[in-house]
Design a protein around this ligand. Structure first.
Ligand SMILES: Cc1cc2nc3c(=O)[nH]c(=O)nc-3n(C[C@H](O)[C@H](O)[C@H](O)COP(=O)(O)OP(=O)(O)OC[C@H]3O[C@@H](n4cnc5c(N)ncnc54)[C@H](O)[C@@H]3O)c2cc1C
Length: 320
């Protein structure tokens, strides 16, 4: 089958990889400049900072099987075994070069087309003569025909591009809400006050995670990532960016320590974390023009592993 995957996050990439292994012809579209979605890494001068997911855990065999080659190649490494009080003994993995490097490695052998926003999915009657089930319209005015679709973007975005698909989505699915996250990224003139292992979970009111990217092992220069929690992020979403930076630098003062902030930026994640999780690992449209599967971290858990498990479930709907 010709399958189009919308979204080159970890869900879409793992679905695409599995579909290709099963002999399908797969094209992945992503609106971003590079693959990865919320597995995101940014450079500020010579510093490198993860600004979405900070680490992942491996709890299931299929996810372990997907990651193991990247551990063997030295790309994925064990960062630590927990963030406070000596940890809980359970490995937390990170990626040399930043979390986004894993997405790039997964995307490498695939046909992934970035800077390609899918804005409408229609039954293929409109794409007369192709013999396909679906017509996928892109923002550059082109379209591509497909026999099957895997749509992995956050559900509000999926819903809007499926309005033209002639498929009814379950109301509970459409109404899935996402918490927001505002992330502060700062480079420092000397090491931060964050001790080993370089990560702090829920360290203070309003903060959900503080990560020292140098101590974590991905940045040559001292650089902190500071995630505000959902409540703070919602309350400050529309604030002036400069005021948001000042407020977050204040909140992170204990972790910046004696260092001076060299540069500060923010990243706003509108669809950071699904508030509810669909009871199945993917959703297969019962009545579409062809096979249409929705997947993503709203289906199998709001984490990197959940996104991958949902991607594998989506591929399984195609017999892969
Ligand atoms: C701030 C933050 C911190 C996190 N920390 C952790 C952590 O430490 N550990 C952990 O396990 N998880 C963490 N997570 C969660 C984890 O990042 C996600 O669960 C996972 O990456 C989701 O993958 P996904 O493929 O489902 O979605 P995404 O990564 O969001 O991928 C969806 C993709 O769809 C693309 N897209 C959207 N609309 C369109 C369109 N119309 N056309 C084309 N492309 C489109 C987007 O550009 C995106 O690349 C964190 C998330 C955030 C935001």
């Amino acid at each position: 089958m010709r399958v189009i995957v919308v979204g080159a996050g970890l869900c879409g990439l793992s679905a695409a990889k599995t579909l290709i292994q099963a002999g399908h012809q797969v094209t992945v579209f992503d609106k971003g400049r590079s693959p990865g979605g919320r597995m995101a890494t940014r450079r500020i001068g010579p510093a490198r900072l993860d600004h979405g997911a900070q680490f992942f855990t491996i709890r299931s065999d299929p996810f372990a099987a997907l990651i193991q080659p990247h551990i063997d190649q030295g790309l994925v490494y064990e960062w630590c075994r927990g963030f406070s009080g000596g940890g809980d003994g359970f490995p937390r993995y990170a990626v040399h070069g930043g979390m986004n490097a894993l997405a790039k490695a997964l995307a490498g052998p695939l046909d992934v087309r970035c800077n390609s926003l899918v804005f409408a999915i229609r039954p293929a009657a409109a794409a007369a003569g192709s013999g396909a089930s679906w017509d996928v319209a892109l923002d550059d005015g082109t379209s591509m025909a497909a026999d099957g679709l895997v749509v992995t973007c956050p559900l509000p975005q999926a819903n809007s591009l499926l309005v033209t698909a002639g498929t009814e989505l379950p109301p509970d699915l459409i109404s899935t809400e996402y918490d927001r996250t505002i992330t502060l990224l700062v480079t420092l003139d000397r090491p931060s006050a964050v001790g080993e292992p370089g990560g702090l979970q829920n360290p203070a009111e309003a903060l959900s995670f503080v990560s020292d990217n140098q101590r974590k092992g991905i940045s040559d220069l001292p650089a902190l990532t500071v995630h505000a929690d959902a409540e703070w992020s919602q309350a400050h979403w529309d604030d002036d960016p400069a005021a948001t930076i000042r407020a977050l630098v204040d909140l992170a003062d204990d972790y910046v320590g004696e260092a001076a902030v060299l540069e500060a930026q923010i990243k706003k994640w509108r669809f950071a974390t699904p508030r509810t999780i669909w009871p199945k690992r993917s959703w297969v449209a019962p009545d579409g023009a062809g096979l249409l599967v929705l997947a993503g971290d709203a289906f199998a858990g709001p984490r990197v592993e959940g996104a991958v498990m949902s991607g594998l479930a989506a591929a399984a709907a195609f017999g892969a």
